[in-house]
Design a protein around this ligand. Structure first.
Ligand SMILES: Cc1cc2nc3c(=O)[nH]c(=O)nc-3n(C[C@H](O)[C@H](O)[C@H](O)COP(=O)(O)OP(=O)(O)OC[C@H]3O[C@@H](n4cnc5c(N)ncnc54)[C@H](O)[C@@H]3O)c2cc1C
Length: 194
């Protein structure tokens, strides 16, 4: 942005559909992101570069582990990359969770595809890193060896400490099971969202 001559861009209001901001020197445009919505970071970067400029810098956010795995495989296509994930659901875009809850997208359409050649172990919570043996130990009692280790454990929501904040019908939205729990409370809705 600095090269284009901007220190700061202020965006007001809210787009009705997914869009992205394209800054090209004096030209600043808001472009349609309908085809990009829900894609991973590498896919988003590729799609925006194809639509604009092959050398464009793309600022986007997505699951860190999948993005790092794709980057590692690009740098070394023979690298053995293993991802441990404590969730038992396939990777998905968290930002789509409210749309899933609202019924605007179906569960089957919001899962992300891990990069080719990456070993994904679902339902494996890392509980200990044995640095002496270079192993990650999981809650299920398994040990995964590593040469290099990247921790991308994200965040977890904190409920405000207010009266009633811990009642069973007060929810946060962070993971797919949160949507299932909320849907179970709604009259006439089943837990699964798809
Ligand atoms: C409702 C909602 C809406 C959002 N909307 C937007 C938006 O519109 N735009 C935007 O840019 N961002 C949005 N975000 C934020 C975006 O989703 C996050 O920035 C992004 O998910 C962060 O990615 P991450 O990989 O760092 O962490 P996470 O997506 O949290 O992934 C971390 C993963 O690590 C796993 N994990 C944690 N500990 C362990 C362990 N010990 N062993 C194994 N696995 C473990 C977790 O289960 C999780 O699967 C939204 C988030 C939410 C919840």
């Amino acid at each position: 942005m600095k090269y284009a001559g901007y220190d700061l861009i202020i965006i007001e209001g809210k787009a009705k559909k997914p869009v992205y901001l394209w800054v090209n020197d004096a030209a600043v445009e808001i472009l349609n992101a309908g085809e990009i919505w829900g894609k991973s970071v590498p896919e988003t970067t590729e799609a925006i570069r194809a639509a604009t400029d092959e050398e464009a810098s793309v600022a986007c956010i997505g699951p860190a582990a999948l993005c790092a795995a794709a980057t590692l495989r690009r740098a070394d296509p023979k690298a053995r990359v293993t991802i441990l994930c404590r969730e038992s659901d396939r990777p998905y875009a968290r930002m789509a969770l409210p749309y899933l809850l609202a019924g605007r997208i179906e569960e089957k359409n919001f899962f992300l595809t891990p990069p080719a050649g990456v070993e994904l172990h679902l339902g494996e919570e890392a509980v200990r890193i044995a640095t002496d043996r270079r192993e990650v130990e999981t809650a299920g009692g398994k040990a995964f060896p590593y040469d290099r280790l990247l921790i991308a454990s994200g965040a977890s929501p904190e409920k405000p400490k207010i009266q009633g904040g811990n009642l069973p019908f007060v929810f946060t939205i962070r993971d797919l099971p949160d949507i299932v729990r909320i849907r179970t409370r709604l009259p006439g809705r089943t837990g699964r969202a798809g």
